[in-house]
Design a protein around this ligand. Sequence first.
Ligand SMILES: [Zn+2]
Length: 149
Amino acid sequence: MTRRYGTAINCMDGSVQGAVRKFMKRKYGLTHVDKITAKGPVRKLSQKVDREDLRHLYWMLEVTDMLKTSIENHGSRIVAIAAHHQCAGNPTTRKRQIKQLRRARRTVEKIIRSFRLNFEVKIILLWINDHCMPREISSLPTQYFAAIA
Ligand SMILES: [Zn+2]
């Protein structure tokens, strides 16, 4: 069987790993999904990197390195960024997490641009609800996106 890799940047939370892997395999016909994890990664990816914050800086370097391997060595052409309901690593509202997801996309786009690839890599944003069901945020109803204070 030909290997088709994708990449998921997802929370370390064990309850959401399998759901994202299954979703991506099914929807995008993948055989393998590389995982890049952290506690609530969208929070980190949506924040500016403070050069004094070495933990954040190192994590960003690790993410960059893992993305590069996943894309250039494994041939991934799709990267999911996921956030989930009641994330212990990012204890904030769903609306704020969705806002963070959008900022995270810009960060990941910037990282991928730095690889100077001559092909496209698709980025999808996933919200994982209280039933552990991932959905692309482009398919969510509008009440998910109301302005936040
Ligand atoms: Zn989490």
